[in-house]
Design a protein around this ligand. Structure first.
Ligand code: B30
Ligand code: ZN
Length: 251
């Protein structure tokens, strides 16, 4: 059941179920900078993202997902009316959000739930329950050293699929290093989870500054095994905007 959907063929995005198919506020989207509304939403506030945490990395057959141990990491600001807690981070190779129809190599999602709901699975059923921060990575010639420990762990869980596979990440993770330096420019819009059941309860923030990843590093993600064979890409096609307002926060 958990593995009943995929990114290809008869279990692919065209077959993901009612909200995914009929929803009017789906994600991801193509962002057209020219069509965004420039506003001052207030800066995003990241609490405790600048410490080093032990992390685990899971290949669940859809993505590689990182969870950190220890104290809660909290997010507020950006026009949000409450505080959100980080539950997990994961990657899509082939970015999900496109900018002027340009697709970057990789997109990192930092998935947060509104504190009063306790976890993402509960929060996903309530309006404003979930906040995802998205970071885009473009291909570059040089390795991104801040991804090394994650890539190494991904290599370890990428072997032949025998079921979900988990490993401890060899070095501590400083989440701040996975965010761009310039946190003052980002897009914000109301959308959905990008995987089944595509609940329309997500506030999306997409940073405009991109980070980099080398081809060698990126190819490690592409080699990951899933029940359906190599997980060579795991992005959902962009969805109709249906008149939604896309904000661009600038200092
Ligand atoms: S993403 O960042 O939009 N790619 C989930 C989290 C983040 C993204 C996609 C999915 C997630 O937590 N999925 C599990 C959802 N579950 C539980 C739940 O939310 O309760 C399955 C489901 O049924 O959607 Cu309703
Ligand atoms: Zn995601």
């Amino acid at each position: 059941q958990e593995l009943s959907w995929s990114y290809f063929g008869g279990t692919g995005p065209d077959h993901w179920g009612p909200i995914c198919t009929n929803g009017k506020y789906q994600s991801p989207i193509d962002i057209i900078p020219e069509d965004t509304i420039k506003v001052d939403l207030g800066s995003l506030k990241f609490m405790r993202y600048d410490y080093a945490y032990e992390g685990k990395l899971l290949n669940n057959g859809h993505t590689v997902q990182i969870t950190l141990s220890g104290v809660p990491l909290l997010l507020s600001g950006g026009g949000l009316s409450s505080t959100y807690q980080l539950e997990q981070m994961h990657f899509h190779w082939g970015a999900e959000h496109t900018i002027d129809d340009h697709r970057d190599a990789l997109e990192l999602h930092l998935v947060h739930f509104e504190k009063k709901y306790g976890n993402v699975s509960t929060a996903a059923h309530y309006k404003n329950g979930v906040v995802v921060i998205a970071v885009l990575f473009r291909l570059a010639d040089e390795d991104n050293k801040d991804l090394d420990a994650i890539i190494e762990a991904t290599d370890l869980v990428g072997a032949h699929w025998v079921g979900p596979s988990i490993t401890k990440i060899g070095h501590k993770i400083i989440p701040q290093l996975l965010l761009p330096k310039d946190k003052t420019s980002f897009y914000r819009y109301e959308g959905s989870l990008t995987t089944p059941e595509c609940h329309e309860t997500v506030t999306w923030f997409i940073f405009t500054e991109k980070l980099t990843i080398s081809v060698d590093q990126w190819s490690v993600f592409q080699r990951l095994e899933s029940p359906h064979g190599p997980l060579s890409f795991n992005y959902r096609p962009t969805q109709p905007i249906n008149g939604r307002k896309i904000y661009h926060h600038l200092l």
